[in-house]
Design a binder for this molecule. Sequence first.
Ligand code: ADP
Ligand code: MG
Length: 350
Amino acid sequence: MSFLSITNAVKTFGTNTVVKGFDLAVEKGEFVSFLGPSGCGKTTVLRMIAGFERPTSGKITIDGRDVTDLAPNKRRIGMVFQAYALFPNMNVAGNIAFGLKIAGLGKAETEARVQEMLGLIGLSHLAERYPYEMSGGQQQRVALARALAPKPQVLLLDEPLSALDAKIRVSLREEIRDIQRRLGITTVFVTHDQEEAMSISDRIVVMNGGRADQIGTPSEIYNRPSTRFVAGFVGTLNVLRARLERQPQTVTVAGTSVQLAQPVRTADADGNLSLALRPEALSLRPSEGRDVAFDGLVKSVNFMGSVIRIRMDVGGEAISFDMFNSPDLVPPAVGARATAHAASRDMFEL
Ligand code: ADP
Ligand code: MG
């Protein structure tokens, strides 16, 4: 049996149903992310796990125990919020000790645990600081230590990095993941940032309108998106209009005839369909396996550092892909004619 399970959870506020039958089973020690646009119900599901919201219907169990009707403080949950959630009138040590005092831990034990947590987040030297004397990243590390101090069974993080600068965001997410692994704590992490979710999760729940559209490992979600929404939300995607020809596997796309790996499933009555391909499936270099050539015009060339992003118009369709940078690379000129090569097996219907 999984460590944390949510079964057919529904949440209605007034007449507005915002969680519409949500199922998830999280294994012990797993790091699962909820990924989805603002308003899709991520926080509401997290708050139901924590006990701050009661499901309208459905069931939640932790470690085999039905907690659906249990108060938050009885659930052994640690929670970290977006930002500014530390007690401003307490220093770092006081903030970390807060939950321990409530749990009735003695003075010596509390102090030892606070020291241990400070070591874990690498802030032993800042125990006496107050929140306003620290950076946002340091404050969030303290918030993490405060959440972990009472040894919760499940850690819940609600967009803990979204108020931070890009660089801190990346380094702190690695640190959170590292601490999570070391403690082996079952974790649910909420984010609207697909790169963040892809980079640190064991599994991702892609949420859309109060439901889980797809649950899978980052590579399953990226390489085999099960819905059009997931395909568009995770990673970047080129979507090309195509037309079915007489044979069930042949389509015309951007003026080029393409032989698909499988018969077309999604064409409308007029034979129109959408074909998607990831940017990395396109290249200016022909190679074995890249059996489709799209001729067109280079519309823009953006230097991005380690890669150069090329946008092209091919027969009225827009495509975008990256070239790896190297010191001797000569990128194509804007306005030049070029050919983008792709493999038909990398194209999928949306
Ligand atoms: P997310 O975290 O994915 O941005 P939320 O779970 O916060 O989404 O919200 C989902 C929907 O539920 C939104 O439309 C929001 O306005 C609504 N909602 C959330 N909490 C409440 C509440 N306490 N009362 C009424 N509506 C709410
Ligand atoms: Mg939210």
